[in-house]
Write a protein that binds this ligand. Structure first.
Ligand code: HEC
Ligand code: HEC
Length: 319
């Protein structure tokens, strides 16, 4: 807060308190002197119900004075007057940091052993999976979905289709450092509208969709010249670039002609944010184990619902 706003707030607070004190003093004085108790306000309801105008009882007024004294005491002790620190030098930031350091220390101790354990092995510990799932829900679900099945542009993490492969080092690298998959806009490279359509149709044919064979054949050359560099001549993709396999039935964006054409014309760009700064390596290993368990759908990933109040039911669909 700049000095100006700090002093502005100090002035507001002081004026407010002074005003309250004056108001208390003024009303109690005026009522006592000028309106003898027993006088009515002159309001009459239902013909005969009148309203007395009595001053507040002294003890009540004194309670108000006490609140003023409390407020002043509070401002001396705690930071509440603009930038003033208060004599305790307490701050919510420091308290938060202290509590966080404490929680981190407890976490570090409890999860130390996972730092050296292979992810696949971590995935066998129900306790670690529960922690991993928790991390997933708070950090990943907003993009990959609470069921981890992804959405348009956000990969499904429960299947065995991988843009970047899921061996341990790659999976950890994806989560730690993030990924940026970029497909440039290639419309002008392919040529006119008809050429773009035929390349898109060829892409559809790669995954076995029913297409016009003539159109698909017309798009093959364009595909091989421009697209094969990343997606491969056979269309099976390249995990080093995050270029998806175009021959399977799994689509990040969609198999319809309009979607494929749009990707070719405008390019595609998906960003997975880096989580190392947010979670640190230990937590990332836990969440990676959870992802591993989800994707593997192995019996080993199965967690007894009883032990975790039903929080983790990994691979329950794969008995
Ligand atoms: C802001 C959205 C967003 C968040 C949050 C997010 N991701 Fe992602 N993630 C993406 C996108 C987009 C991709 C696809 C990147 C690409 O196309 O290469 C991706 C890719 C991945 C991949 C690679 C998938 C593959 O097929 O190779 C993994 C694994 C992954 N995310 C795990 C996670 C985990 C674990 C978290 C939580 C710690 C997380 N993501 C949080 C958007 C997100
Ligand atoms: C520089 C490498 C590169 C080239 C060249 C390239 N692509 Fe891609 N392509 C990618 C990447 C990376 C993605 C993933 C984008 C993302 O995750 O958002 C992608 C995604 C796609 C998708 C979406 C797949 C899905 O699952 O929904 C289609 C379709 C596609 N490309 C078709 C093409 C076609 C057709 C061409 C040629 C005109 C082409 N690509 C050229 C890298 C490339």
């Amino acid at each position: 807060m700049s000095d100006f706003w700090s002093w502005f707030i100090v002035a507001l607070v002081v004026l407010n308190i002074a005003f309250c004190v004056w108001l208390l003093w003024y009303t109690s004085k005026r009522r006592n002197n000028q309106l003898p108790s027993g006088e009515t306000t002159g309001h009459v309801w239902d013909g005969d119900v009148t309203e007395y105008n009595k001053p507040l009882p002294r003890w009540w007024i004194n309670l108000f004075y006490l609140t003023v004294i409390f407020a002043i005491g509070y401002m001396v002790v705690y930071p509440s007057l603009g930038n003033k620190e208060g004599i305790l030098s307490w701050s919510s930031t420091e308290q938060h940091e202290a509590e966080r350091a404490e929680a981190d220390a407890a976490f570090a101790e409890a999860y130390e052993r996972y730092l050296t354990m292979p992810v696949a092995e971590i995935a066998r510990s129900p306790e670690a999976l529960a922690a991993g799932r928790n991390l997933y829900v708070h950090n990943c679900a907003q993009c990959h979905g609470s069921d981890a099945r992804g959405a348009r542009g956000y990969p499904n993490l429960t299947d065995d289709v991988w843009l970047w492969t899921n061996d341990e080092p790659t999976l950890l690298a994806t989560i730690m450092h993030g990924r940026q998959a970029v497909m440039p806009a290639l419309g002008t490279v392919i040529g006119d509208d008809a050429a773009i359509t035929s390349v898109a149709v060829y892409v559809q044919s790669l995954s076995g969709l029913r297409t016009d064979p003539g159109l698909a054949a017309a798009g093959k050359a364009g595909y091989e010249m421009v697209c094969a560099a990343c997606h491969g001549i056979d269309g099976k993709g390249n995990p080093l670039l995050g270029a998806p396999n175009l021959t399977d039935a799994d689509w990040l964006y969609g198999p319809d002609l309009a979607t494929i054409r749009e990707g070719i014309v405008n390019g595609l760009d998906a960003q997975m944010p880096p989580f190392e700064p947010v979670l640190g390596e230990k937590r990332i290993r836990l969440v990676a184990a959870y992802v591993h368990a989800l994707a593997a759908g192995e019996a080993t990933a199965q967690v007894d619902a009883e032990t975790d109040a039903g929080a983790v039911r990994v691979a329950s669909a794969n008995p």
